[in-house]
Design a protein around this ligand. Structure first.
Ligand code: ATP
Ligand code: MG
Length: 472
């Protein structure tokens, strides 16, 4: 990225004013287009997914403008491997659709073409203009809620319009397949060099238009290790409430991106710092505030750290496990309430889990394909306390055993009784079949002496120690 500053600088033409674009006019500074020619940047076609290259060329051969944009360009310029490749073009979604057999059109709020190559999807978006309401009633328009949120964003525009309606300057760089140059309309290159996350245009207005940008600001700051520009940062603390307006399903998708991007721990800390976390997980936030004085290092922080290290080692991570950790403290709190009401142990867990899930889905979606295994992981914490007889051996075949055991290991780091129990299971797993049968004899636990015999009847369920159970 040595000499891009000396590259050709083309002053942009004055914008012609369209109906409804006056608000935008006031916030779009006239910044020159900076063209960084191929010899002056490090993006090579060899580092772009061959499928994305194919899409770019097919569009170009059909007479369209086609550029790589977004995280793909940003990450390649930083010398990192992009997560995915997004393409921007002047072809309309229907025109893209006709060019590719493996293509489908998706989205209402934002109409896009997905070109599928096996498991890889190349997302192709048509250049769009910023959300000025079209008042001429002609063609698609930007649909807004009374609070300014953009509900549907299908006003097409020029590549420059497209750059200005993106979220952050570093996400609005284009790699043009026609010239192999990088096009910078918004000062993204300078911010990329300075390590700065800066919203394009007026920050408060942009957050109001799409409050998910609050989360994206934090996500990119954590992921890239960049600073937030002061004007981009300032509204974060006070605008978390806007997230209440976002459909729970979209928040759920964003949560997965926040916590499964490899920087969960930094992301979590920033979300809490900017008072955004509580708008996603109010019950967890409540517990964290309550507990922090006593237990600064929570199970959640450890779960997030372990998610990051698994991802760093290219191991799989299960969102159900993550949610089990995110909602563990609320679960324990509910269990304490219900225990006080005199429910039996199993009922307490079931009812508490139900309450926690019901409360959470008022804020973010939590699809059953994740909430069911999450609840199984919680139930296993109870079932893992049985260490004699056939039950522990049968539990080894439980489809969720590994997740339940891993969860127990996390609990073990802060909880002495859970540590003893985890230790017992770790040793059991190391034995052969005969050894396991012996270790689970009713007398064996007393001999090996590890899990203590009985917890006090009033101890918390979530913390309970192993209790050799009588044979069923
Ligand atoms: P990642 O590495 O996570 O894929 P990304 O920057 O590519 O990061 P995407 O969610 O894939 O993020 O979006 C692609 C591009 O679309 C972004 O870089 C940005 O230019 C634009 N974009 C995405 N979401 C928004 C939004 N909410 N508001 C404005 N622009 C957005
Ligand atoms: Mg992307």
């Amino acid at each position: 990225m040595a000499s891009w500053k000396e590259s050709s600088i083309i002053p942009t033409l004055p914008l012609h004013t369209r109906v409804g674009e006056r608000a935008l006019e006031s916030t779009r500074p006239t910044s020159p287009l900076i063209i960084i020619p191929r010899p002056e940047h490090n993006i090579s076609r060899a580092n772009i997914s061959p499928n994305a290259v194919k899409v770019l060329y097919r569009l170009r051969e059909a007479g369209h403008r086609a550029c790589l944009v977004g995280g793909g360009v940003r990450d390649l310029l930083r010398g990192r491997e992009p997560k995915d490749f997004d393409v921007a073009t002047d072809a309309r979604p229907e025109q893209v659709y006709k060019l590719f057999r493996n293509c489908r059109l998706i989205g209402r709020r934002f109409r896009l073409a997905h070109v599928q190559f096996g498991s890889e999807i190349i997302e192709v978006a048509t250049f769009r203009a910023h959300g000025g309401d079209s008042e001429d009633g002609d063609g698609p328009s930007v649909e807004r809620a009374a609070d300014g949120r953009i509900l549907s964003d299908n006003v097409y525009g020029s590549i420059e319009d497209d750059a200005w309606r993106r979220d952050f300057t570093i996400n609005a760089l284009y790699y043009d397949i026609a010239t192999f140059a990088v096009l910078d309309y918004v000062g993204g290159m300078a911010d990329l060099e300075a390590g700065l996350i800066r919203l394009i245009g007026d920050p408060a207005q942009h957050y109001h238009e799409d409050p998910v940008r609050l989360l994206r600001a934090v996500r990119f700051a954590a992921k890239l290790g960049f600073r937030l520009d002061p004007a981009t940062e300032a509204p974060l603390h006070r605008l978390g409430h806007l997230l209440e307006k976002i459909p729970p399903a979209r928040l759920f998708d964003e949560i997965l991106k926040l916590f499964l991007g490899g920087c969960a721990i930094q992301t979590f800390e920033l979300l809490r710092h900017y008072r955004l976390f509580g708008w996603l997980f109010p019950a967890t936030e409540h517990c964290l505030n309550h507990q922090q004085r006593h237990y600064p290092k929570t199970l959640l922080a450890r779960a997030l750290a372990s998610t990051d290290s698994r991802l760093a080692e290219n191991k799989s991570v299960n969102p159900a496990f993550l949610f089990a950790a995110l909602l563990w403290e609320p679960l324990r709190e509910q269990m304490r309430h219900l225990e006080a009401e005199g429910l039996d142990e199993h009922e307490v867990l079931q009812e508490a889990a139900e309450r926690v899930v019901q409360a959470q889905i008022r804020h973010t979606a939590l699809p059953r394909r994740y909430s069911l295994p999450m609840r199984e992981i919680w139930e296993l914490q109870q079932r893992l306390t049985v260490v004699t007889g056939k039950r522990p051996l049968r539990l080894l075949d439980h489809p969720r055993f590994r997740a339940g055991y891993d969860f127990l290991l996390l609990r073990a780091e802060a909880d002495e009784q859970a540590a003893e129990l985890a230790d017992w299971w770790t040793r059991l797993l190391a034995l052969d079949a005969a050894g396991r049968a012996q270790a689970t004899q009713p007398a064996a636990t007393a001999k090996t002496g590890k899990p203590r015999r009985r917890r006090k009847s009033r101890s918390r369920k979530g913390d309970q120690a192993a209790q050799p159970a009588p044979e069923a």
